[in-house]
Design a protein around this ligand. Structure first.
Ligand code: SAM
Length: 212
């Protein structure tokens, strides 16, 4: 997702209290940043923040971090927070390539990857957020018994993601190729923006939950 450049988005983000800016010193400080000891869940590649904000509304005792690479997209999430402030949500603008520098070992309780960019060319495989290179980064910052949840309608990307698990040391806890037809796995499902769009076009949604 890349919206056209919006003038001033960097300035708005730079001044936003909903965004954590000092990423050089944030590792190990996230409980302090939220001001409580609640578990911390992060969505990597959150887009406009709909999923993370709905999860935060439903789960006030969990802290949520939305991570997004593009200012123009993050701006939309900030605007939503200005309308409805959620104390258990923070945003980060960054490329997730450096995610293991921003969190300490085991600092995240759960990671969500929702409708990650497919990067269809083989030579770009390591840019895919569920690739083994990214799983190695998540491995460092995810709590020992933490899980990663991944949803997509893109079957080739999902098949790739499943193949990446074993070399990266992760195991499947749950897997479906049609989430919305699986009453058990779909219970409490929060639809993302992309999920709403693609499922309304009739695309089945694949999902896994993985652990080590
Ligand atoms: N998760 C949202 C959803 O399901 O509606 C948005 C999905 S959109 C296809 C993917 C988002 O991930 C885009 O907003 C993109 O900018 C972001 N993204 C892609 N690669 C990223 C990276 N390396 N670090 C942070 N964000 C990334």
């Amino acid at each position: 997702m890349r919206l056209r450049n919006i003038t001033g988005s960097r300035e708005v983000i730079g001044e936003s209290v909903y965004v954590v800016h000092d990423l050089e010193t944030s590792a190990g400080k996230w409980k302090e940043i939220f001001g409580n000891k609640n578990p911390i869940f992060a969505e990597i590649g959150m887009g406009k923040g709909r999923f993370v904000m709905e999860m935060a509304r439903r789960n006030p005792d969990i802290n949520f971090i939305g991570i997004e690479k593009y200012s123009s997209v993050l701006l939309r999430a900030i605007q939503k927070m200005e309308e409805e402030e959620l104390p258990n949500v923070k945003f980060i603008r960054m490329d997730a390539e450096d995610i293991d520098k921003v969190f300490a070992k085991g600092e995240l309780d759960r990671i969500y990857l929702n409708f990650s960019d497919p990067w269809p060319k083989d030579r770009h495989a390591k840019r895919r957020l569920p690739s083994r290179q990214f799983l190695a980064r998540y491995d460092k910052i995810l709590k020992k018994d933490g899980v990663i949840e991944f949803k997509t309608d893109n079957r080739p990307l999902f098949d790739f993601a499943v193949e990446e698990l074993e070399p990266a040391g992760f195991k499947i806890k749950e897997l479906t190729y049609d989430l919305h037809a699986d009453a058990r796995l779909c219970e409490g499902n929060v639809m993302t923006e992309y999920e709403e769009k693609f499922s309304s076009q009739g695309n089945p949604i694949c999902k896994y939950i993985i652990y080590r």
